[in-house]
Design a protein around this ligand. Structure first.
Ligand code: SF4
Length: 82
């Protein structure tokens, strides 16, 4: 059976987690533990922070590409950044 990526979404972003690619370095959980959790379901809690930019940047730092982030509301993200 093929494992499907996990998909987490809010009004601004969609984060996908692809278990087949994850190298379990736990970088995301170490660097942004309020969102990326190792022992609590759901594993990714997007409302763990009010700073969406932090989530986007953490996805970019994933060494395996298991975490991917799609921005749905660019205006809102730009507002956060300014
Ligand atoms: S940072 Fe990426 S590779 Fe590392 S544990 Fe998180 S999802 Fe897996």
């Amino acid at each position: 059976m093929e494992i499907q990526p996990n998909i987490f979404s809010n009004s601004d972003i969609t984060v996908t987690y692809e278990p087949k690619l994850c190298i379990n370095a736990e970088r995301c959980a170490r660097e942004l533990s309020e969102v990326f959790r190792t022992s609590v379901i759901p594993w990714i809690k997007l409302d763990g922070t009010n700073d969406t930019k932090k989530i986007i940047n953490q996805c970019k730092r994933c060494p395996s590409g298991a975490l991917q982030c799609t921005i749905k509301n660019k205006a809102a993200i730009n507002k956060i950044a300014s």
